[in-house]
Design a protein around this ligand. Structure first.
Ligand SMILES: [Ca+2]
Length: 157
């Protein structure tokens, strides 16, 4: 076999095998990338962007709704019963002192620590649903959490 032809064939074989390998990887990952908590990935990304920037469809923030149930934490996300509840980005929650003593232990802690102190208890949140399973929080047990409008973590108040 001609040496140049051998090199060309080897490169072609390599490209084909990596192409097939990555196509196989994409096919394998697809089922995991679809619903999380019953909602498709695109919706979660949209919710995440809306939450980050304080955007919502229409003027949903003008009419906050109540959500009452047991708070749980799966290591990544907080839930009230089956609904995912969102307090803002993790960096914000783990670096900002809470405005109120939500867990009533007598100490004002970082937001995340206050919320951790509520795990397992029945809580009432005011906020709005970005989607059926994604709730953005504005008050915790009737105590102030954040202002209506652009969130503090995005340059608002
Ligand atoms: Ca506390």
């Amino acid at each position: 076999m001609n040496k140049d032809l051998f090199v060309t064939m080897s490169i072609l074989a390599l490209l084909l095998s990596t192409g097939i390998a990555s196509a196989g990887l994409i096919q394998h990952q697809q089922p995991e990338a679809t619903p999380m908590n019953g909602e498709p990935l695109w919706q979660r990304i949209r919710n995440q962007i809306n939450d980050m920037l304080g955007i919502c469809d229409g003027d949903c923030q003008a009419e906050l709704v109540e959500l009452t149930g047991t708070l749980s934490f799966d290591g990544v996300y907080y839930h009230v019963d089956t609904v995912e509840v969102h307090f803002g980005p993790v960096w914000y929650m783990t670096s900002t002192q809470a405005p109120e003593d939500y867990d009533k232990d007598g100490t004002l802690e970082l937001i995340n620590d206050e919320i951790q102190g509520l795990i397992g208890s029945t809580i009432t949140l005011d906020g709005y649903y970005q989607s059926e399973q994604w709730f953005s929080v504005f008050s915790i047990n009737t105590l102030f959490y954040r202002e209506i409008g652009r969130p503090i973590w995005s340059g608002g108040n």
